[in-house]
Design a protein around this ligand. Structure first.
Ligand SMILES: C[S@@+](CC[C@H](N)C(=O)[O-])C[C@H]1O[C@@H](n2cnc3c(N)ncnc32)[C@H](O)[C@@H]1O
Ligand code: SF4
Length: 454
């Protein structure tokens, strides 16, 4: 058997979930959740978490369309949309506040997008002021924002810092001009550095940079150049994402063809070269696609076995209650997920009618919770223990057979019921998690559901 990385790549670079939730969204069963059940789940988790929660706010507007982007966004240059949208988000927060029996303690606020700084600094201040009034803010809170440098001013960062924002994540993707042209995202190093420097000046203690491997026209040379520029900025963290090619969902990705993308073997080499350069620059790989400097909290948490994962990726905070506000946002409790209406106008209309705008969700059963825990441990601790006695025989046989193939390939080690992910297995973590996914076992879904695993 050929267990070289290239042959494993050929075998495993198939559509696979990213496991930012379990069950993964395509397998949610919305009929298992009613609004009443959802509210009860929020209340129960609020109580068991002693009133602590995290808030994700989706701000979907962008002025310009980056063709590679797979996020939920709305392209417009009309800033008249800002006030109406913020009013809806605040009404939604009020609906949750009316439900909660006590003052919440906010551990985290994350502003994601879209481009959150599409909104004026004053509108963002108004939004946050109204979210945090009548709430307790934890001393070691993390308030973070996703930043597109082209649309961010110093005033944004100064005003956000004054509201307690201490983390930012800057989208770069790649600095190569041909790639930037192909993805319709012309973003200079100079502008990126300026925003980075403003962030440092405003005491953003953790700055992350997003890079992507596998973009159209990307080569080893281009990633070397991009990382050499990133080294001069020295962010605290780097997310080095695998490009998700999902043209059936993100239609703008059809503006280039698959021939423009690096073939799988080259994509792998770009990743390896990038990873080596990041390690040479002092970053350590954490989890799947995250890198951090040794004094960053994500690195410390990983070392102490305290890493967590949610819809936004790896985090240091365990958040059993995440309230997602805004169009398309996902909320999570201990045993349920719920997703909001994705279309801005429909989201606003439901909120204005006083209805929680849920359009999808899932209530986790006992087996879901068990497997959710395996996947969480595999992703965050590289190790999990199977409770073989709790699964039905047919499923268990399939899991054990898949795991033993993974063991032969050197991706996991199996000792009794304990499964440990090897260093080589880290890159194939999505495939390893897929081996214990009951939904994949039960119904092999048609090919084009997930982006490829690597
Ligand atoms: C939703 S964007 C928001 C950030 C901000 N709007 C920007 O463009 O800088 C967050 C990150 O998602 C990642 N992303 C978006 N589409 C992706 C795709 N198709 N494959 C991999 N990563 C993607 C990018 O790295 C991007 O920086
Ligand atoms: S990458 Fe960011 S700025 Fe570009 S379209 Fe996506 S969300 Fe908007």
């Amino acid at each position: 058997m050929n267990n070289s990385p290239l042959s494993l790549l050929a075998k495993y670079d198939v559509p696979t979930p990213r496991y930012t939730s379990y069950p993964t969204v395509p397998y949610w069963d919305f009929s298992s959740l009613t609004v009443a059940k959802w509210k009860q789940a929020v209340l129960n988790t609020f109580k068991s978490e002693n009133g602590e929660l995290c808030i994700y706010i989706h701000l979907p507007f962008c002025e310009s369309l980056c063709t590679f982007c797979a996020c939920n966004k709305r392209i417009t240059k009309n800033h008249g949309v800002e006030e109406k949208y913020i009013a809806a988000v605040l009404k939604e927060w009020q609906m949750y506040r009316n439900l909660l029996p006590a003052t919440p303690t906010i551990k985290e606020i994350h502003l994601g997008g879209g481009t959150p700084t599409f909104f004026s600094a004053d509108h963002l201040v108004y939004l946050i002021e109204n979210i945090i009034k009548d709430a307790v803010i934890k001393d070691d809170h993390e308030f973070s924002i996703e930043i597109h440098p082209n649309f961010t001013t110093e005033e944004h960062l100064e005003k956000l810092a004054a509201m307690g924002f201490n983390r930012m994540s800057i989208g770069v993707q790649d600095f190569d001009p041909d790639i930037q042209f192909a993805i319709n995202r012309i973003q200079s190093y100079k502008k990126t550095k300026q925003v980075f420097d403003w962030g440092r000046k405003c005491n953003f203690t953790s700055i992350n940079v997003d890079l992507i491997y596998g973009l159209p026209h990307q080569t080893i040379k281009s990633i070397e150049h991009t990382i050499s520029l990133i080294r001069t900025l020295m962010p605290d963290r780097i997310a080095f994402y695998s490009y998700a090619h999902v043209p059936w969902k993100s239609k703008a990705q059809r503006r280039y063809t698959e021939d423009d993308l690096p073939p799988a073997s080259e994509k792998w080499e770009i990743y390896h070269r990038g990873r080596m350069l990041l390690e040479q620059a002092g970053f350590t790989s954490i989890g799947m696609d995250h890198f951090a400097l040794p004094d960053d909290q994500l690195f410390v948490a990983a070392k102490q076995g305290k890493l967590h994962r949610n819809f936004m990726g790896y985090t240091t905070t365990e958040s059993k209650l995440i309230i997602g506000l805004g169009a398309s946002s996902i909320s999570a409790t201990k045993n349920a997920y719920a997703q909001n209406e994705k279309v801005v106008e429909a989201y606003e209309a439901k909120i204005n009618d006083g209805i929680l705008p849920l359009v999808n969700g899932h209530f986790l059963n006992g087996e879901d919770l068990l497997i959710q825990n395996y996947i969480h441990e595999l992703m965050c601790l590289n190790k999990t223990t199977l409770h073989k006695e709790l699964h039905d025989a047919e499923f268990l046989t399939s899991v054990l057979s898949k795991l033993s193939s993974l063991e032969v390939e050197g991706l996991v080690a199996i000792e009794g019921s304990v499964i440990t992910v090897s260093a080589k297995g880290r890159l194939f973590i999505r495939n390893i998690c897929a081996s214990v996914d009951t939904y994949l076992f039960n119904k092999e879904m048609a090919g084009q559901t997930f982006s490829k695993a690597i």
